[in-house]
Design a protein around this ligand. Structure first.
Ligand code: GLA
Length: 704
């Protein structure tokens, strides 16, 4: 077997950047700036000639380009709009921001120095606590280590780290910055949060100013690459995709669609199905019912004129559903408070017509707002919550719930619904409070297969919002679902930490974060904060990182996701490694080639659907680069090499970090392009673009 050395340059990411011409642009702008500075002295704020240094405060630049995790940047104020103060010292000038914060500045090569005083703004604690913390810091008290609010400020010039603060915490004195910018074209100001989430990370670039000889610095948007496709087109020969293991309870209606690609028509066969199950040879749908508990390994075949694919399907009839993370779609991120029956049917049609179904995508889930809202003035949703028998009533946008479920099942898909343990749902529609058993029966009678059960309304209304009382509420619904005749996957939606016990409360999956939005900071913060939770993940119980913010999303008007292509590759790769339920959040009737390409990479999805059910953990972290790994059922490991930083960077994974002997060669497969990279000794290095990923699968080779 050939041994290739670790790769640092074989990057498929290299060719497809829209060349971001900041260097060239910088030079030209610099020249123009210099010329215009000379010709139009009024444009240089303080000086009148370009051989005179002018001082330009950072706060006078257009700050709308500053990306940050929370709120918006403030000129001459703290991020919360107060006066700027670090460790008791007030500043009248500067920029208040919040980690993670990134600002790109075009310097045109005319800047000479950047000076500032940086630190965490005192506003994160009360004046009394400020004093106590300052004392704790000054006297080196141990408790000080526990203080929230920790950041590091960084300054990059043309991709190189020029300066970095130490880790700054609340009440620490401001750290002075004095950076030589001679010859630098593009500068990036970064404030990173330090592993304790971004809470209390109100960060000040106090008294921040450029010394410039020539044109004034100008803030610019970060570079954004054009969409580029990595997933190869599916082969004409058949391939079996999706889950290879399926859990069902005895007596419950069985529906499993064999996901497969290949030139149609495809013919499916599975001759040794257990008694009670039937396969439709034309659609690949297995239906029926299993009366007894047990486990079957069923060989499945899919044929077409070009060939045949074979794979075993493991059917487990017992107590556990969702033996692999659920894959599907949800109305909320695109239709918000206006889901309708027509939109749900159209989504189902799109899931089939786009071919997503052939890659394992299954659930079509109705989120909030299908019920009545008692206080609404809109006749379409206004009405009584329940009928005289206490049964929950859908609003006029959902005239026939059973018909929707039948429609989905007839296409081999599954149906999801939404409720809350409160009187009302998060959006104020009828909730299940004190009607849990009735509602569960109703969902089952309609034909639903998945329930998202959302706490948030209760945060304002429940007499006791402790996690303990929540647990009882979740358990009540879990029991109610169990008592029905259907298999209904139970998914908790709660942003507090339910993950340590949600499985014992009867849940199949549970949110671990707030609502995701289609921004880098939201996705990045959610995805990379999951380390440690892998201890509770496994077949039948999954940490849920919220929906995929891909494609066309709602939230006001329909817009394309604000994530860049590299950020989207990171998003999908990370969610797959994390074994999160995968729920598409976009308008599936309007998916472009790139979005579809992202969602149909079977080797990437296989990382998510692996039957061992492990969730990846962080293997290493060095500044902005991280390596995450997930052990797969066949003994291989899926490994993500991530770059959360602002510039392309090499990322390395060493085999010994994965508990493999350093001298044992492993075979590396590049998962997005589905390409073998051969046997690699000791370590693998890839150049990973800004906010991007390299996702590989490695398999140890036998020793000679
Ligand atoms: C919460 C959930 C969202 C969505 C809305 C519906 O915010 O986290 O995913 O279900 O409620 O109101």
């Amino acid at each position: 077997m050939p041994t290739v050395s670790s790769s640092t340059s074989d990057s498929y990411m290299n060719n497809r950047f829209v060349s971001f011409p900041f260097r060239a642009a910088g030079l030209i702008c610099g020249l123009i700036g210099w010329l215009s500075g000379a010709a139009l002295p009024a444009q240089t704020p303080a000086g009148t000639a370009t051989n005179i240094d002018t001082v330009i405060p950072l706060s006078t630049l257009e700050l709308g380009q500053m990306l940050q995790e929370f709120a918006s940047p403030q000129a001459n104020r703290s991020v919360q709009g107060r006066f700027m103060q670090i460790s008791g010292q007030r500043y009248t000038n500067g920029v208040g921001t919040h980690a993670r914060s990134v600002l790109w500045v075009d310097l045109h090569g005319t800047a000479r120095r950047f000076n500032a005083l940086v630190g965490i703004d005192d506003e994160v604690v009360s004046p009394i606590v400020q004093r106590e913390l300052r004392h704790a810091y000054d006297t080196g008290l141990d408790e000080y280590r526990l203080v929230n609010g920790r950041v590091v400020f960084q300054i990059y010039g043309d991709g190189r780290l020029l300066w970095k603060s130490r880790q700054l915490q609340t009440a620490m004195p401001a750290e002075p910055v004095d950076v030589d910018l001679t010859g630098v074209q593009t500068m990036v100001l970064v404030v990173s949060s330090m592993g304790d989430a971004v809470n209390y990370d109100d960060a000040d670039w106090a008294d921040a100013r450029f010394t410039v000889r020539g044109a004034a610095p100008k803030t610019i948007p970060p570079p954004r690459e054009e969409p580029y496709l990595l997933t190869p087109k599916p082969a004409a020969t058949p391939r079996i995709n999706g889950a290879a293991v399926f859990g069902v309870r005895p007596g419950a209606p069985f529906l499993f669609t064999i996901a497969a690609t290949g030139e149609g028509p495809l013919r499916y066969s599975a001759p040794s199905l257990p008694r009670g199950l039937h396969l439709d040879a034309a659609t690949g749908r297995i239906t029926g019912k299993l009366d007894r508990r047990g486990e079957w390994r069923v060989p499945v075949e899919v044929r077409n004129a070009r060939g045949v694919a074979r794979r075993d399907l493991r059917i487990v009839c017992g107590d556990t559903l969702a033996l692999t993370p659920p894959m599907g779609w949800n109305t909320w991120n695109v239709f918000g408070r206006e889901p309708t029956e027509a939109r749900v049917r159209a989504a189902a049609d799109a899931m089939v017509a786009s071919g997503l179904i052939g890659h394992g995508w299954t659930y079509v889930n109705i989120d909030d707002c299908w019920q009545h809202q008692h206080s609404s003035k809109n006749p379409q949703v206004q009405g009584p919550g329940r009928d005289s028998a206490g049964r929950i009533l859908p609003n006029q946008r959902f005239p026939d719930m059973k018909a929707i479920c039948d429609y989905l099942h007839a296409r081999g898909l599954k149906a999801g619904i939404y409720s809350s343990p409160g009187m009302y749902t998060c959006a104020g529609y009828t909730g299940s409070f004190q009607h849990e058993a009735l509602d569960a029966r109703q969902y089952a009678d309609w034909g639903f297969d998945y329930l998202k059960y959302d706490w948030c309304y209760n945060t304002h209304t429940a007499p006791d919002v402790s996690l303990q009382s929540q647990r009882a509420a979740w358990q009540t619904m879990a029991q109610a679902l169990l008592a029905t005749h259907r298999d209904i996957v139970f998914s908790l939606s709660e942003t507090l930490d339910v993950w340590p016990w949600a499985r014992d409360a009867g849940a199949n999956c549970w949110r671990t974060t707030g609502d995701i939005t289609d921004t880098w900071s939201s996705m990045d913060d959610i995805g990379f904060s999951q380390n440690g939770r892998e201890i509770v993940a496994g077949p039948g119980h999954w940490n849920d990182c919220d929906m995929f913010v891909v494609g066309k999303l709602g939230g006001g008007r329909l817009h394309s996701t604000r994530l860049s292509p590299d950020e989207l590759y990171t998003h999908i790769s990370l969610w797959c490694l994390l074994a999160s339920p995968l729920l598409i959040g976009c308008d599936m009737t309007q998916m472009d080639d790139f979005t579809l390409n992202l969602l149909t990479n079977d080797e990437v999805l296989e990382v998510n659907q692996d039957p061992l059910g492990r969730q990846a953990h962080r293997v290493s972290k060095d500044e902005n680069v991280e390596v995450w790994a997930k052990t797969m059922a066949d003994g291989s490991q899926a490994v993500g090499l991530f770059n959360r930083g602002e510039f392309a960077a090499p990322v390395t994974v060493r085999w010994k970090e994965l508990d493999l002997p350093a001298d044992q060669p492993v075979v590396v497969r590049d998962l997005w392009p589905q390409r073998d990279l051969g046997a690699v000794a000791e370590a693998f290095t890839a150049t990973v673009p800004r906010h991007g990923v390299r996702l590989i699968r490695i398999k140890p080779t036998r020793r000679p």
